[in-house]
Design a protein around this ligand. Structure first.
Ligand SMILES: Cc1cc2nc3c(=O)[nH]c(=O)nc-3n(C[C@H](O)[C@H](O)[C@H](O)COP(=O)(O)OP(=O)(O)OC[C@H]3O[C@@H](n4cnc5c(N)ncnc54)[C@H](O)[C@@H]3O)c2cc1C
Length: 377
């Protein structure tokens, strides 16, 4: 039985946000600033966010040349430009939210490396023209002269540099967002897994499990920001067709020398790496086993970790081939059928947000702003 005091502070809110990752926390912050006085509560089933936001690579990126080319082919020029705009605005929004706080942000630019000729290289002028509307600059520059400066193997044939990208410390970022939200009056409850949402005449009832107990929480509205786990709570909607994708990462022990600077993309964005201090973080390669990697399991596999290590030793840092690996982990991305970020009402008092498609550092701030707009009506 809940006490009177517990009922007063815990059982009722104006808005409940389910999921304490980048989307959930930025939505909480948006609501706290746009609708002061409203009771906003975040329910997170983990002790800390347990999906993508604390397990990612920390790239603050808008998409590499080959990724943007693929988006144009898949979605058309207007839709591809729209997504780049959302990523660009989202990064500015995130940085402005965190201004004055240490999120380990470094603006050292991004690079894409190619072992062979690639059709996107022929389209660099066309794509720069399109993107200049968003970035106001030459987004992609062919800079193969940098290949040897970064210490890559001779097999690397082309390098495209972009001055737009940065990187950040994903742990510090989430920590800053959680602390800011709490200071803004948002209540964060961890270890609280929402099991179901039921519409009522004036809002929603949420059933949640916390420890061994089940509880009922009432709210005016609910926002579902549970990324790969959205299908647990949403049925019969595009959101229920979200597919999980495991991303595996490794981090080396400190290296004697660190020639890398900025962020790096390879294999059409499936592989990514960057320096973290004097270590190298390297991740991706799920295209080697698409089906096996369509999972919410946080295990790692020999196939992917082995491929990443081979790439590290043979292509990325051939002069430091005896380096040891210090950390290995995986996290869960979520891919949507349309590739578009989507924020929609799924019932009168419930909004769902998804579609970061592996780029939530960039997109989550724009998505959070859209959520507060959709919640207005
Ligand atoms: C390995 C990896 C590398 C990545 N690298 C980058 C990168 O470099 N740059 C970039 O832009 N993006 C990157 N991403 C993607 C980015 O991290 C995500 O797009 C972003 O973090 C998604 O945020 P989110 O809030 O939607 O989801 P999440 O961070 O997954 O948050 C969802 C939360 O919901 C909680 N939850 C789930 N079900 C329930 C429930 N029923 N009740 C309560 N809580 C629940 C989960 O525990 C989780 O904490 C990467 C992702 C991975 C996995």
């Amino acid at each position: 039985m809940r006490s009177f005091w517990e009922s007063q502070t815990w059982s009722e809110s104006d808005v409940v946000i389910i999921g304490g990752g980048l989307i959930g926390m930025q939505t909480a912050l948006e609501l706290a600033s746009k609708r002061p006085g409203e009771r906003v509560m975040v329910l997170e089933r983990g002790l800390i966010p347990s999906g993508a936001s604390t397990r990612n690579a920390g790239f603050a990126c808008i998409g590499s040349l080959s990724e943007v080319a693929a988006d144009i082919d898949l979605l058309g020029r207007d839709a591809a430009l729209d997504i780049v705009q959302m990523r660009f605005d989202g990064l500015n929004g995130l940085r402005s939210t965190c201004e004055g706080y240490d999120i380990g942000y470094l603006h050292h630019g991004g690079n894409e490396i190619f072992l062979e000729d690639h059709p996107s290289l022929e389209r660099i002028v066309e794509i720069n023209d399109l993107l200049s509307e968003v970035t106001g600059t030459t987004t992609f520059q062919l800079r193969s002269d940098l290949i040897s400066a970064f210490g890559f193997a001779d097999r690397v044939r082309h390098l495209v540099h972009s001055p737009i990208e940065g990187s950040l410390d994903s742990g510090k970022l989430v920590d800053v967002l959680w602390s800011k939200a709490q200071r803004a009056g948002v209540r964060i409850r961890t270890g609280a897994q929402v099991l179901g949402i039921e519409e009522t005449s004036g809002g929603v009832n949420l059933t949640l499990r916390a420890g061994a107990d089940e509880h009922l929480v009432k709210a005016g509205s609910a926002v579902i920001a549970t990324n790969a786990w959205i299908p647990d709570l949403v049925k019969d909607h595009e959101a229920s067709r979200i597919v999980p994708a495991r991303g595996q990462i490794l981090v080396t022990e400190p290296l004697a020398a660190m020639p890398l600077k900025g962020t790096y993309h390879f294999d059409e964005g499936y592989v990514y790496f960057r320096p973290v201090g004097n270590r190298i973080l390297l991740g991706g390669a799920r295209n080697l086993a698409f089906e096996e990697e369509q999972t919410t399991s946080h295990d790692i596999t020999d196939l992917i970790q082995g491929a990443l290590e081979a790439l590290l030793r043979e292509v990325i840092a051939p002069s430091q081939s005896n380096v040891s690996i210090d950390h290995r982990w995986s996290g869960t991305m979520a891919f949507s059928p349309s590739k578009h970020p989507i924020v929609e009402r799924v019932s009168p008092h419930v909004v769902v947000a998804f579609g970061c498609n592996g780029m939530g550092v960039a997109l989550s701030s724009s998505i959070a702003k859209r959520i507060t707009e959709v919640l207005k009506y």
